[in-house]
Design a protein around this ligand. Structure first.
Ligand code: AMP
Length: 281
C-alpha cells in the first residue's frame, strides 16, 4: 500500500491504472478510521480492481468556531486499518496541495443544501461538494462509496454528480453502529464516559420513532414532540434539529410514509452528533 501526498503523484498513479484498463473504487474520509469506514472499504475492495482511500480534513467544510483544529488525526493507525482492508493507495494531501494560494473555485448545490445540516452549518456543503469534486477529478473513480450516516451529504453528492454529469457511480451503505446502538463517528472520542451514555438518546430516538409508527402514530409533529421531550431529559443534550423528511427531497413531512426518514443532530456537551433512519420497513 502506498501513501501519496501530492496531487501530481496521485494523478500519475491514476493514469497508470487507467492505462492498464483497471477500475478504481474510492472512499473519501476525514480519517481517524473506525469500523464504519472499514465497511465502506470492504465494499470498495469487492467492487473495483484498485481501491483508493482519501484522508483529508477539509478546511472549507468547517465553519468558524467548529472543530477543524481539534478533529482527531492518526495516520499511522489509519494506515494499518487501510492496509488490512485492501487499500492500494491512501491519498492524504496537505491543505496547501488542495487549496494553493489563489484558489478561487467552489461548487454550490442549491435547494437540498439549505435545510438540516446545511441550515445549521452555512457553507458546509459548499466545502464538501468542492472537495469531493476535486477528489473525483484527481482520482477518477468509477465507483465512490459513502455512508448513509451522513444522509444529507449523500443526497447532495448524488445531486451534484447527476447535475454535473460526473462519470461516477455513487453508492450509499448502511450506518455502522456500536453494539449499544451509537452510530460510529470519529467525533465519538470527544465524549466523556457520561456523555457517551447520554449520546445513546440519538439511536434510541430512532427506535422509539419506529415503535410509535408501528403502533399506528403517523402524525410527524406528535412523534417529534415526544422524541424532543425525551432528548431534553438528558442534561448534556441540546437539539440542533430533529425532523421527519422525504428521503429524496429532504422536505419536512406532516404524515409518516414509506419514504420518511427521521434525521437528527444533537449536541452532547460540545460534540455535535448526527443520526438518521427510515421509519417504516
Ligand atoms: P468522515 O470521515 O466522518 O467524513 O466519513 C467518511 C465517510 O464514512 C462518509 O461517507 C460517512 O458517511 C461514512 N461514515 C461515517 N461514519 C459511518 C458509520 N458509522 N457507518 C457507515 N458509514 C459511515
Amino acid at each position: 500500500m502506498q501513501i501519496i501526498k501530492s496531487v501530481t503523484e496521485m494523478q500519475q498513479w491514476v493514469a497508470s491504472v487507467r492505462g492498464a484498463d483497471e477500475t478504481i473504487s474510492f472512499v473519501p474520509t476525514m480519517g481517524f478510521l473506525h469500523q464504519g469506514h472499514v465497511s465502506l472499504l470492504a465494499e470498495g475492495q469487492r467492487r473495483g480492481d484498485k481501491l483508493v482511500l482519501s484522508i483529508f480534513v477539509n478546511p472549507t467544510q468547517f465553519g468558524p468556531g467548529e472543530d477543524l483544529e481539534d478533529y482527531p488525526r492518526d495516520l499511522q493507525q489509519d494506515s494499518q486499518l487501510a492496509e488490512q482492508a485492501g487499500v492500494d493507495v491512501i491519498f492524504a494531501p496537505e491543505a496547501k496541495q488542495m487549496y494553493p494560494n489563489g484558489y478561487a473555485t467552489y461548487v454550490d448545490v442549491e435547494g437540498i443544501t439549505q435545510t438540516l445540516c446545511g441550515a445549521s452549518r452555512p457553507g458546509h456543503f459548499r466545502g464538501v461538494c468542492t472537495v469531493v469534486s476535486k477528489l473525483f477529478n484527481i482520482i477518477q473513480p468509477q465507483l465512490a462509496i459513502f455512508g448513509n450516516k451522513d444522509f444529507q451529504q449523500l443526497a447532495v453528492i448524488k445531486r451534484m454528480t447527476q447535475d454535473l454529469n460526473m462519470p461516477v457511480e455513487i453508492l450509499g451503505l448502511p450506518i455502522f453502529r456500536e453494539p449499544d446502538g451509537l452510530a460510529m463517528s470519529s467525533r465519538n472520542v470527544y465524549l466523556t464516559e457520561d456523555q457517551r451514555l447520554q449520546a445513546l438518546v440519538l439511536s434510541q430516538s430512532l427506535i422509539k420513532a419506529r415503535e410509535l409508527v408501528a403502533a399506528g402514530q403517523k402524525d410527524a409533529a406528535e412523534i417529534i414532540l415526544q422524541l424532543k421531550t425525551a432528548i431534553n431529559q438528558q442534561p448534556a443534550a441540546r437539539i440542533d434539529y430533529l425532523q421527519i423528511c422525504h428521503q429524496l427531497t429532504l422536505k419536512d413531512q406532516l404524515e409518516v410514509a414509506g419514504n420518511s426518514v427521521l434525521l437528527l443532530a444533537v449536541y452532547i456537551g460540545n460534540t455535535r452528533l448526527i443520526d438518521n433512519g427510515f421509519l417504516m420497513d
